[in-house]
Every structure is written in structure tokens, then in C-alpha cells.
Design a protein around this ligand. Structure first.
Ligand code: ADE
Ligand code: ZN
Ligand code: ZN
Length: 262
């Protein structure tokens, strides 16, 4: 009897921990930190001073995961829908009724408006700055502009090197973790860009980011079948795209902050 109880307890704990591992996150911590670090390296002196003042000396990489950390605190529930937007492949963002609870686009617009508002207290600005740093990253993860029916690829099961995963997680973290590099190593080894290329990326508008990322979402849905075993070949064919998205997000976050605090 005792062994049976212990067995049940063990089974319960195992399934509970597996369930916990299923928690939906965004670009894993490494991805968000690359975006934050690259943005920090591209801030003007003036913007860097303003950001340092708001963040009390914590770096952009450090605070980039804050919006995920507060998800376990019920007081911040209203921000859950700000991490993504879902709409059908044959529609544009502006063709549909926006989620009344908010989405990543409204979220970014709200953060920018609060940071630009001289009437907002410093504590409020610091909070929304941390959210902005995170959401500009999320918006460049193609599965965050996904389809509602599979929760942005969370229900699109695949295998990653023989282990259960899903397309959302492949793009949040599996592809990045495959490098086995720190966020600093990844930041320092992003694709080399000319000045003109950097400028072109940095000048794009929020709606350009959405349109551009959405094209990638559609390509990614075509890149694998449900249940497919993904591994070396998938990583080889898609690693460049992940690094490019992290780079675009970092440069655009810097441009946004330079515009706000410039
Ligand atoms: N939940 C529902 N859709 C989602 C998405 N696209 N990304 C993250 N979480 C989601
Ligand atoms: Zn995600
Ligand atoms: Zn997120």
C-alpha cells in the first residue's frame, strides 16, 4: 500500500513538473537578452542616460525578461495578451476587430505613449520601459504573430532532437539554445550589416515590423509538418533567420528609444 502511494505521488510530481515545463514563454531568456544588449549598444548618449536613470543602472538585457517574470503574479494578468497577436493568414492586422483585452501592437503603442508623457511618474515609466524592451523582442518572433487556433504554434507539436516540442517553442528557444552560446556571445556574433542596411532596418515603422514578421510566420508554418522530427537540418536551414530577427528587434528597439528620449 505504501509503495503504491509513493508510486502515485511520484507519478503526480512527474506530471506536475512536465506540466510546468509546458508553460508558454517567449523568445527564451537568451533571445530577449540579445535584443536588449544589442539595443543598449545602439542607443545615443542621451537616450542611454535617460534609460539608465529609469532602470536604476540595470541593463536592458537584464530587464528584458521582466514581462515574462510578472506573468506568475495575478496582479499583472491584464498584460498576458500583450505578448502576441493572432489573425488568419489571409487577413491583415487592420482588417480585423482587435482583441478587446489588448495585443502586442496596442501594448507597444501604450508603452511608447506612457514613456513620451511628461505627466507620468518615474516608477510608471520604468515599468512600461521594461515591458517595451520585451514586447519589441516578442513582435519579431514570428510565432507571436500567429494563428489563434493553435495558440501561435503552441499546439503545433513537433519533435526537437527526439524530444517533444512545438513550433512556438522551436522558435522561442530551441533554435537559439542549439548554439550553446551566452547572450553576449550571440550579440557579438550577429550577422554583419552595412550602415545602409542598419539604417533601412531602423527606419521601419511598427506596422512594417508586423507585415514583415507575418511573412515569416507563413513561411515557418510551411517549413514543417505536424509531428515532424526536427533536428540538425532544420537548425541549419533556420538559424540565420533567428539571428536576423533578434538583430532587427535590437536595432528597432534602439531606434524607438532614441526617438523617445532623443
Ligand atoms: N497564446 C495564444 N496565442 C499566442 C501566441 N501567438 N503567442 C504566445 N502565446 C499565445
Ligand atoms: Zn513565445
Ligand atoms: Zn513575451
Amino acid at each position: 500500500m505504501k509503495t503504491k502511494n509513493t508510486l502515485f505521488l511520484l507519478m503526480f510530481l512527474t506530471s506536475a513538473s512536465l506540466f510546468a515545463a509546458e508553460k508558454v514563454y517567449d523568445w527564451g531568456k537568451t533571445g530577449h537578452r540579445v535584443v536588449g544588449e544589442l539595443a543598449e549598444r545602439n542607443l545615443t548618449k542621451k537616450a542611454l542616460r535617460a534609460v539608465n536613470e529609469l532602470l536604476g543602472g540595470e541593463g536592458l538585457a537584464f530587464v528584458s525578461t521582466f514581462a515574462d517574470e510578472i506573468r506568475s503574479d495575478g496582479r499583472y494578468k491584464k498584460f498576458d495578451t500583450w505578448h502576441y497577436v493572432n489573425f488568419p493568414f489571409d487577413k491583415n492586422y487592420n482588417d480585423q476587430t482587435p482583441n478587446p483585452d489588448g495585443d502586442i501592437i496596442k501594448g507597444i503603442e501604450t508603452c511608447v505613449a506612457i514613456l513620451k508623457d511628461p505627466a507620468q511618474p518615474k516608477s510608471e515609466k520604468a515599468f512600461y520601459l521594461k515591458l517595451l524592451i520585451h514586447f519589441v523582442g516578442d513582435l519579431h518572433q514570428p510565432m507571436h504573430i500567429g494563428l489563434a487556433e493553435d495558440k501561435g504554434g503552441n499546439d503545433f507539436q513537433v519533435q526537437w532532437f527526439g524530444r517533444g516540442s512545438n513550433m512556438h517553442r522551436v522558435w522561442d528557444s530551441n533554435l537559439i539554445d542549439d548554439y550553446g552560446m551566452s547572450y553576449l556571445e550571440l550579440t557579438e556574433n550577429l550577422p554583419k550589416l552595412s550602415k545602409a542596411q542598419k539604417k533601412f532596418i531602423s527606419q521601419a515603422s511598427l506596422m512594417d515590423w508586423v507585415t514583415e514578421t507575418r511573412v515569416l510566420t507563413i513561411k515557418i508554418y510551411e517549413s514543417a509538418e505536424k509531428g515532424e522530427k526536427l533536428g540538425y537540418n532544420y537548425a541549419y536551414e533556420h538559424n540565420h533567420l533567428v539571428r536576423q530577427q533578434l538583430q532587427k528587434a535590437g536595432l528597432r528597439l534602439a531606434a524607438t528609444l532614441n526617438e523617445i528620449f532623443g
